[in-house]
Design a protein. Structure first.
Length: 184
């Protein structure tokens, strides 16, 4: 017999959580129908998220975007990752009716203390296949930011590696200049 992998839908994933099969404190996400254990959040990771929140909060205060930290992103019926940070298109209902989709994302940021390869090799291609326009992968271990642009079904067509002396600006907010060192 050949083993058969069982893919779960987002709805089944949510039913498992409601039934208590997945605990509130379980750090898991659904990628292409598979439940993946997420890395624990260390102090460097948490500090980077706080820096990102502080950086982007003025944009939210001005009504230019909504800031979502570790909230679900509905990519497809079988994928609902929880990126570290999302800048979303503003909506009056704050996405109360449904989780945002790739078309709602202005910028997606993943922070990695030890999981940089996973973010670049598993999650970034998934985001590209679903049309997320811009992804920053902050790799704290290597002291760099990977910027992905121009999504396609085969992955991102542009991948830039930025060092601490570089700056970057989100495509959605070209007037905002972010020193890479301020993220690390």
């Amino acid at each position: 017999m050949t083993p058969v992998r069982r893919r779960f839908s987002v709805e089944e994933f949510h039913r498992m959580a409601r039934a208590g099969l997945l605990g509130e404190d379980d750090r898991v996400e659904l990628l292409e129908g598979e439940i993946w254990q997420m890395s624990p959040i260390g102090s460097r990771h948490a500090a980077c998220l706080r820096r990102l929140r502080r950086l982007f909060t003025p944009l939210e205060t001005q009504g230019l975007c909504l800031l979502a930290v570790q909230d679900p992103l509905r990519l497809s019926p079988h994928s609902e990752p929880q990126p570290d940070l999302l800048l979303l298109k503003p909506r009056e209902d704050l996405y109360a009716e449904a989780h945002p989709g790739p078309e709602d994302v202005l910028l997606l940021v993943e922070v990695a203390d030890a999981s940089g390869a996973y973010d670049r090799e598993v999650k970034a291609p998934l985001y590209a296949r679903h049309g997320v326009q811009e992804v920053w992968a902050v790799d704290l271990a290597e002291g760099r930011v990977h910027r992905f642009l121009d999504p396609s079904p085969g992955g991102y067509r542009e991948h830039h590696v930025l060092d601490p002396g570089d700056t970057l600006s989100p495509r959605a907010f070209p007037g905002l200049s972010v020193p890479v060192a301020s993220l690390l």
